[in-house]
Write a protein that binds this ligand. Sequence first.
Ligand code: ADP
Length: 156
Amino acid sequence: MEKKNNHKIGVFPGSFDPFTLGHEAIVKKALTLFDEIIIGIGVNQNKNYLFDLEKRKTHIASLFPNENVQIQTYSGLTIEFCKSVGANHIIRGLRDVKDFDYEKSIAQMNLMLAPIETVFILTDLNYSAINATIVREIYKSKGDISLFVSNAHLLS
Ligand code: ADP
């Protein structure tokens, strides 16, 4: 349901397997643009995740104790999730041109499906190398992921 009083809600969707310092910085920047951010953990039955869904949720919640950030899980189309929570904007982080090329098509196709705009936020230079896939590889090889993930102990 659309909330009244121009309460602006942005959905930040992703798999967040795990939620890195890069994701955290994007949410903090997005909070300067929106009244409320809903971090939507997308669940795809055909995908194997390394970190358990409940652990990912608890971990992300520990980073944002404030009530203007909510964590929800969803399956299916992101635009349908946005509609269900009354959000007109999707937030995505951009690290490089590869992210841009991929994200541009998704954003434009989403816009053909529903009047939901995607807002891109550039990552800070010091986080642009952080990639969840590589963080997972480091974790699987028993490396220290605390350089890339806040409160990493909550994921073990
Ligand atoms: P997905 O699997 O949908 O790409 P991710 O969990 O990998 O989901 O990422 C969610 C969002 O966070 C995407 O917009 C992605 O570009 C962005 N992102 C990922 N890593 C970073 C980073 N280091 N800095 C900024 N944005 C990032």
